[in-house]
Every structure is written in structure tokens, then in C-alpha cells.
Design a protein. Sequence first.
Length: 67
Amino acid sequence: MTEIEKSTMHWRWTALTVYLLICFYDFLFVPVWYGLNRPDISQFMDIINATEDTLVQMELMKKLTGQ
């Protein structure tokens, strides 16, 4: 195997490794992380219902819905 072929094989394996790490992070790690750290909606609704000010309730609802 020539030096150029060895270098090409090295960079192919490096590119494959980086690609697989990105795929693992984007499609496995992040969705699981978001699923586990999702806020409890019932507790949040209790806080909203306990708040007297309507404007504060509206701002809390914006936080809950992400809009």
C-alpha cells in the first residue's frame, strides 16, 4: 500500500468516526435527553393556577408552550 493510500484510509476512518459521533449525538443522545428532562406539566399548571396576576399567568403559559 502506498503512502497516499494509507493516508486516504486514515482520513476515511476519521471521517466515518466523526460522522457516526454526530449521528449518535443528533439522533440518539439529544432526543433521549429531551425526553428525560421534560418539565412536569401538572406541576407547572398548579403554579399557574396559584398565581393571581393574569399577565403573569399569560407569560407562564408562553413559557410552557414555547411561543
